[in-house]
Design a protein around this ligand. Structure first.
Ligand code: NAD
Length: 366
């Protein structure tokens, strides 16, 4: 009997989903011995090989994993295009619990799947992953970035990502408040993880009043010890705070029908990918509410910029300087959004698509 993808639990037909945003390739990976269940999505390789991290998450359903990898890989195409990188967009997800199910064999097996794509996809860290897993993947394929510094890699990209988010946030502040100084501004940060922790340090140093939440108390306690002035709040209470800036640095889709009525801020600027639950609906809604949204894929590009430098010979200060350009790119996107009277996410999408299209039309495909 032939089963449809809906019947096997994938949800809507996979190729139909690929057609929607013109994904080039989706690879489903399964290995009985190691328990590996993964999906690798290559969205667009016009500008270069598709570089994007692997996320390990205990998705409740395969359809959720597929949705995530399709959205995230498309976001990577836009992110690299806007950052001026010669890279395409791709992403991978591993279905599993990062706290209990990681093994060397699983990641080496995953590395073989990455290798089977012959360099069209290059992986790196994302949520639930660390440099240790990249080392195991590297045993099976050279198509991996985010290796530890003692292996010639660029190490954890989170500090660079956090710096880029900070620069993008300052650009948004300049437009929203007339000054990019964050001193005295109230900023709520959701997520005390790798990026959140570094972002909080920048904000505190700049004199911002920081409110922080996480679902893990140990992470909050560590940051509170280092920065006693930070106010800790509950995971749900973060949406009701009266702040100048809301910075989502945990997972995506936190700007949604429920939270939009609760958020009291002038700017949304954070690291999390896919912050708008529905780009079209919520991108327009934030604009109508008078909130300036700094598109996530625009301001969280520091990590991918760092990985790109790893591939051409790592230079941390060059990566930081290129990351700093996020400030100017963000200002140009906010200007485009205001001039064209379109939501900021759309202005950013247009700019990214324009770059990809112009390279394709000039016959400069990777
Ligand atoms: P991380 O896993 O280190 O941190 C995420 C934190 O969010 C964790 O501490 C987790 O406990 C917390 N969290 C999860 N659900 C939450 C909730 N409902 N409320 C409050 N806290 C919650 O990940 P990270 O590397 O810091 O990345 C954060 C976000 O930024 C992710 O969405 C990631 O995709 C994105 N991002 C990261 C990088 C990077 O360089 N690390 C680059 C680009 C984008």
């Amino acid at each position: 009997m032939v089963m449809t993808t809906t019947e096997v639990g994938i949800g809507p037909a996979v190729i139909g989903r690929m057609e929607e945003f013109e994904h080039e390739e989706v690879l489903f990976c399964y290995d009985r011995t190691t328990g590996l269940k993964a999906i690798i999505a290559i969205h667009d390789t016009t500008l270069g090989p598709a570089l994007g991290g692997t996320r390990m998450w205990p998705y409740a359903q395969e359809a959720d994993a597929l949705n995530d990898v399709l959205r995230l890989s498309r976001g990577m195409t836009y992110k690299s295009a806007l950052a001026g990188l010669d890279l395409g967009g791709g992403k991978a997800v591993i279905i599993g619990d990062a706290r209990s199910q990681k093994t060397e064999a699983m990641f080496r097996r995953f590395g073989r799947f990455v290798h089977s794509l012959n360099g069209r996809y290059i992986t790196a860290e994302d949520v639930g992953m660390s440099t240790a897993e990249m080392v195991n993947i590297r045993k099976e394929t050279p198509y991996v970035a985010g290796l530890p510094e003692n292996m010639g890699g660029s190490g954890d990209p989170s500090p660079v990502t956090a710096y880029g988010v900070f620069c993008g946030m300052k650009a948004a502040a300049k437009v929203a408040f007339g000054t990019d100084a964050l001193s005295g501004r109230k900023v709520s940060v959701q997520g005390a993880g790798n990026v959140g922790a570094h972002l909080v340090a920048h904000l505190v140093e700049d004199g911002a009043q920081v409110f922080l939440t996480d679902i893990h108390d140990d992470k909050l306690a560590a940051i509170a010890r280092e920065h006693p002035a930070v106010t800790l709040v509950g995971p749900d209470a973060i949406y009701d705070l009266e702040v100048d800036i809301y910075s989502p640095c945990a997972l995506g889709a936190t700007v949604n029908d429920d939270t939009l009525g609760r958020l009291k801020c002038a700017v949304i600027a954070g690291a999390a990918n896919n912050q708008l639950a529905d780009e079209v609906v919520h991108g327009k809604a934030v604009m109508e509410k008078g909130i300036l949204y700094a598109p996530d894929f625009l301001i969280n590009a520091g990590g991918i910029i760092n990985c790109a430098w790893e591939r051409k010979g790592y230079d941390r200060s060059a990566a930081m300087m290129q990351t700093e350009r996020i400030y100017d790119t963000a200002l140009s996107i906010f200007e485009r959004s205001a001039n064209d009277r379109v939501p900021t996410y759309l202005a950013a999408n247009d700019a990214a698509e324009q770059r990809v299209r112009s390279m394709r039309q000039a016959g400069l495909r990777f």
